[in-house]
Design a protein around this ligand. Structure first.
Ligand code: CTP
Length: 399
């Protein structure tokens, strides 16, 4: 995703510096080019060699480097970058920028920047609460600088409170937003479902399916990056939710139905990417079934069809379904699309190479309510999500 992007990491002197090593590694792994600028204080915590090795680039530490060719490095590096991340950002450096002070390699580079600058503060909770600091942060935000708020937890000083560096994943999300953020879905409310459902038989057994939730989570992330307000109703999966997406946990199809139906009002787009169980056991045993209690056949009752129910009262809402088929893709999916009152349906044939439940890629076909079919090539689930959202956007614009 970050391929070709140039990220400048500024490091100031705080104990959280060691976490920045992981951040640099993650950006490199995602395909970005990374350069690091450190203050003197930062080099007291971790040697520049660590960041030279991780970034595979020189590290800028002084305003007056030995080699004369680097005398204007702060200007060149500021011009080079697509985004700057100051991590960790101390009260001192934030205060200097707020006061227009440029007295070292990092502060001069920040002042020369013409790209988004994201501060990731980390400090003791009393310093964070200090009114001078609060004023400085507010002032910088008014000048267009971004902040990733610190988290609550154990601080290096032994106290517990607000001020600990935000999670690396949250910082990563903030950078993604600044690099790729669009506003084409701003003001729109999207309700997305993801993952499998679990239909319990007893406290330790349940019926489920192979859905990993990756497609629904990718849709939620891309929609958020494109400016939407996103609610993600998900069955039990082991995935991280993109910052700012509201996650609603459910277990059964019935719980999903309740959560989806009560949120429909005011929703502009409903995307049902979840693999909802069609049936649930007719009986639930509150105690674990013993071998001799186990029935030889399992009586099932049908769950309500959530998408079809939502479709009965669709109004102007755009509805997108997913259809898993291994044969007669077109006919079966067209029938589903009509029964559930969808604008279009995304057909997924898990038998095709690269498609299916647990992969990071998908090969889907999109069928609209006029019977038009479009086959997408093999793409990452993020790219598939983006193409689905492009189609939703076109419908919002042109009907
Ligand atoms: N769906 C739903 N509620 C259900 C079952 C499915 O809302 N009880 C939604 C799914 O989230 C998906 C679409 O309907 O968006 C199609 O799901 P799928 O399982 O492919 O189709 P079914 O209608 O269940 O038909 P079949 O299992 O016979 O293919």
């Amino acid at each position: 995703m970050f391929f070709g992007k140039k990220i400048l990491i500024g490091i100031t002197g705080g104990i959280a510096v060691y976490k920045t090593a992981e951040l640099v590694r993650q950006f490199k792994k995602a395909g970005a080019q990374v350069r690091v600028v450190m203050t003197d204080a930062a080099t007291k915590f971790v040697s520049p060699l660590t960041f030279e090795t991780l970034s595979e680039n020189d590290v800028l530490t002084g305003l007056f480097p030995e080699t004369s060719s680097k005398q204007t490095a702060h200007i060149e590096w500021a011009r080079w970058s697509d985004v700057m991340v100051i991590c960790p950002a101390t009260l001192n450096t934030i205060g200097k920028i707020a006061s227009g002070i440029a007295d070292n390699a990092l502060t001069t580079t920040i002042m020369a920047a013409n790209v988004p600058v994201i501060f990731c503060p980390a400090m003791n909770k009393a310093m964070f609460a200090n009114s001078i600091y609060r004023e400085n942060q507010k002032k910088l935000q008014e000048h267009g600088y971004y902040f990733v708020e610190p988290g609550i937890g154990e601080l290096a000083c032994g106290e517990v409170g607000y001020g600990r560096l935000a999670d690396i994943e949250t910082i990563f999300d903030a950078v993604k937003l600044r690099l790729f953020g669009k506003n084409d879905f701003s003001g729109k409310k999207l309700l997305i479902t993801a993952g499998p459902t679990e239909e319990p038989l007893d406290p330790v057994r349940y019926l489920t399916n192979l859905s990993s939730g990756k497609m629904g989570f990718a849709l939620a992330e891309q929609a958020k990056i494109r400016g939407a307000e996103v609610v993600l109703v998900s069955g039990p999966v082991n995935l991280r939710t993109f910052s700012g997406v509201e996650l609603v946990h459910i277990r059964t199809a019935f719980e999903m139905e309740q959560q989806v139906l009560k949120r429909l009002e005011g929703t502009d787009v409903l995307i049902m990417a979840a693999a909802v169980s069609d049936y649930r056991p007719a009986e639930y045993s509150p105690n674990k079934l013993k071998k001799q209690d186990n029935p030889k056949s399992l009586a099932l009752i049908m769950n309500n069809d959530i998408l079809a129910k939502a479709g009965q009262n669709k109004g102007n809402r755009i509805q997108v379904g997913f259809s898993v088929e291994t044969e007669n893709e077109y006919d079966y999916s067209l029938d589903k699309l009509r029964r559930k009152n969808c604008d279009f349906i995304v057909i997924n044939n898990p038998a095709r190479p690269g498609a299916g439940f647990r992969n990071d890629t998908n090969r889907v076909t999109v069928l609209d309510n006029k019977g038009n079919m479009e086959r997408y090539p093999l793409l990452s689930k993020y790219r598939v999500a983006d193409r689905i959202l492009d189609k939703v956007f076109n419908l919002m614009q042109n009907g």
